[in-house]
Design a protein around this ligand. Structure first.
Ligand SMILES: Cc1cc2nc3c(=O)[nH]c(=O)nc-3n(C[C@H](O)[C@H](O)[C@H](O)COP(=O)(O)OP(=O)(O)OC[C@H]3O[C@@H](n4cnc5c(N)ncnc54)[C@H](O)[C@@H]3O)c2cc1C
Length: 381
């Protein structure tokens, strides 16, 4: 029976998997590169069956208490005049929370019986018939029965076990920057969005209207040269792209430069023929990122964690059987979300949407929710 599982990444998928593995009697260890839990970031939403998973974790009521309760947002022009309403149904899902709040909740729910190691990363993997020898950037090597890469879009586990990022990551042609700031516009459970050809800026309230999150999005081909570990250089790129824009953009650029939790990355998807090789398997964005325009990444991470742990338990720890069942169940669900992600990205390049189009998207949202069902098994944890 498989017992020890190393999980790389304490975002959403990693702690959720650790939770379910513990309930099924496994011994997970989570290693996270960041020095402590990453609690900043944007709002994420849950749709469809992911809410059932939260319910089965006993976390649904707590999560509902953290709901951003986001209302409709205003589409504004360069002079700040509202020309259309963006219905909340388009962007806030069935339930929306700050990603940092979700990460904290999942971490707290697993802290007592899961080993967490912060400030470290996998450096090497070597597997044989009985286990995986893992080396780390710091400290002694260790041996585990299985290794799960839940380390996001730029997964180190994927790089070590499957090959370089370029083989699997498909750029969607958009870059996004996100940061926290004061709710200086005094908004209440709403946001404002300014769109110009090939670029958009927005600001939304957060944490009971005491804070806000702002974002810049712009079109650019793959391979924009920048150092992923140099936020100042990334901010200069954003500032250059938005230098001549109206509305609140100049103020938002100033706020961005002063922000403490700046995030910048390409919108991308991960496409792989298989998510498992031997005793190593990928979970969440690392294996099948659908891209921010899909609005489904968090749901995928939670669903994937539930199914992967459940199938391992159902197979009595036989990873070959379990990984095959996990892929079989998750593939159609992921394919649908990746299609949504590509459609969402295409809309970014179209002319600014009219009210009619926005209303159509809102009317479609419940339909999307209904079709996203894989039929959750009860793994009797
Ligand atoms: C701007 C933006 C908006 C989004 N909006 C939504 C939304 O509205 N709805 C939605 O459902 N999803 C949304 N998403 C997607 C969502 O955030 C992700 O799909 C989801 O967080 C995936 O979870 P994950 O655990 O797989 O990866 P992540 O949350 O990225 O977690 C990966 C973790 O691995 C860690 N890590 C990385 N490398 C290593 C390493 N070498 N060793 C150890 N740890 C490592 C990272 O520090 C991180 O903590 C959005 C994403 C972005 C970027």
């Amino acid at each position: 029976m498989t017992r020890t599982v190393l999980i790389s990444g304490a975002g959403v998928a990693g702690p959720a998997l650790a939770y379910w593995l513990r309930r099924h009697g496994f011994a997970p260890t989570v290693v996270e590169r960041a020095p402590s839990l990453r609690t900043g970031g944007y709002a994420v939403d849950f749709r469809g069956e992911a809410l059932d998973v939260l319910d089965r974790m006993g976390l649904l009521d707590t999560i509902r208490a953290l709901d951003t309760e986001m209302g409709d947002a205003a589409m504004v022009d360069a002079d700040g005049r509202q020309y259309a309403t963006l219905p909340a149904a388009v962007f806030a899902g069935d339930l929306e929370v700050l990603k940092g709040d979700l990460a904290r909740l999942l971490y707290d729910a697993t802290l007592d019986d899961v080993e967490y190691v912060f400030g470290n990363s996998l450096a090497g993997l070597h597997q044989d018939a009985d286990g995986v020898d893992v080396t780390f950037e710091h400290g002694e090597p260790r041996r585990f029965d299985l290794v799960v890469g839940a380390d996001g879009l730029h997964s180190t586990t994927r790089g070590l076990a499957f090959g370089p990022e370029e083989r699997f990551v498909r750029h969607l042609g958009i870059y996004t920057a996100v940061f926290s700031l004061d709710n200086y516009l005094g908004m209440k459970n709403t946001g404002r969005l300014y769109a110009a050809p090939g670029k958009a800026a927005n600001i939304f309230t957060a944490r009971g209207n005491t804070e806000a999150r702002a974002a810049f999005h712009f079109a650019a081909p793959e391979g924009l040269p920048y150092d992923r570990r140099d936020p100042r250089a990334q901010q200069r790129i954003v500032a250059g792209r938005f230098a001549d824009e109206g509305w609140e953009v100049p103020r938002l650029l100033t706020e961005m430069a002063a922000s403490k939790d700046f995030y910048f990355d390409a919108n991308a998807q991960v496409e792989m023929d298989t998510w498992a090789t031997g005793r190593v398997v990928l979970l969440g964005d690392a294996g099948y990122c659908a891209g921010p325009p899909s609005g489904r990444g968090t749901s995928q991470a939670l669903m994937g964690a539930y199914v992967l742990a459940g199938e391992l338990a159902a197979a009595g720890g036989d990873h070959t059987t379990a990984f095959a069942a996990y892929e079989h169940l998750m593939r159609p669900y992921v394919a649908e979300h990746q299609a949504l992600g590509r459609e969402g990205a295409e809309r970014f390049f179209m002319p600014t949407p009219t009210q009619e189009i926005l209303d159509m998207l809102a009317a479609d949202a419940p339909e999307n929710t209904r079709t996203e069902r894989i039929g959750l098994r009860d793994y009797a944890a």
